[in-house]
Ligand binder design. Structure first.
Ligand SMILES: Nc1ncnc2c1ncn2[C@@H]1O[C@H](COP(=O)(O)OP(=O)(O)O)[C@@H](O)[C@H]1O
Ligand SMILES: [Mg+2]
Length: 255
């Protein structure tokens, strides 16, 4: 099982990348896959054509508020993350042919995401199904790194945006990953769809990290996202999809 975490500043194309990566892995029969959306402004489900409400799947935040607030449960005694763990796998897992999906969700009443993150961390620590890949889509900030949702990761992919701030983001993210002790075999960068093609070398020089290529810009992908269509249905000829496929090959096969 390989865990791949996607990071980057807001709007760099993280969620789109995760969805297209899922499409590629499904096509290559690297299944089953678990998709994990830890962004409270969740939209990974929508990008892969899943309506969690319609499917009757609850987000982790919903399960927490049901368990501890609506049901009058108390957070005393058994650690809450443990109590919620079984419920996450029973009611919070969307299951389908090629992939399953878990989402942290938005409806958490308390401001801090420590509890939902802890619950997710505990659930991910007890995966029983044999996933070939776990793909984690992160929010824009870096504070979630402190909560170490995944303690051990195969590859972290940081998407570089078009601004020089993006280089700083990469460097800070890399430093933080080491500081908080997330075990990660590889930390790589890729260029987002708005990243100038010719800056790949600069990305490598400035960050000192591997650069695996750039996600091509594709108006059709933008249109799919805008209209809420599943990115699992983009044509195989989509430049964005093809470029993601090349990047995934490097993630999976390069050492
Ligand atoms: N390869 C691409 N080509 C064109 N537009 C893209 C591409 N990837 C993402 N976008 C657009 O950029 C916006 C942000 O993408 P998103 O994946 O939600 O970013 P993030 O998750 O990093 O915030 C979306 O509106 C999407 O349509
Ligand atoms: Mg996103």
């Amino acid at each position: 099982m390989k865990t791949i975490v996607t990071m980057g500043r807001g709007g760099t194309g993280k969620t789109t990348f995760v969805a297209l990566m899922a499409r590629y892995l499904i096509e290559k029969k690297h299944t089953p896959i678990l998709l994990v959306d830890i962004d409270p402004d969740q939209n990974l489900a929508e990008m892969v054509g899943v309506d969690l409400d319609a499917a009757g799947t609850k987000t982790i935040s919903e399960l927490l508020s049901e368990t501890f607030i609506q049901d009058g449960g108390t957070t005393l005694g058994v650690p809450p993350s443990q109590r919620i763990e079984t419920r996450i796998w029973e009611q919070g897992l969307f299951e389908s042919e090629g992939f399953d999906l878990l989402a942290i969700g938005t409806r958490w009443v308390e401001g801090c995401y420590c509890l939902p993150d802890a619950a997710l961390k505990s659930a991910l620590g007890s995966i029983t199904r044999q996933y070939q890949f776990v793909l984690i889509d992160s929010p824009a900030g870096l504070e979630h790194l402190n909560r170490k949702i995944a303690g051990s990761v195969d590859t972290i992919v940081d998407i570089i945006g078009p601004s020089s701030k993006s280089f700083h983001h990469v460097k800070r993210a890399y430093r933080l990953v080491r500081e908080v002790g997330i075990r990660c075999r590889r930390f790589v960068t890729i260029g987002g769809f708005a990243f100038p093609e010719n800056l790949g070398t600069r990305a490598m020089n400035e960050t000192g990290l591997e650069y695996l290529g750039k996600i091509q810009e594709d108006p059709l992908v933008a249109e799919y996202v805008l209209s809420g269509r599943s990115l699992l249905d983009v044509p195989k000829s989509s430049p964005a999809f093809l470029s993601v496929g090349r990047i995934v090959e490097r993630i999976v096969h390069d050492q």
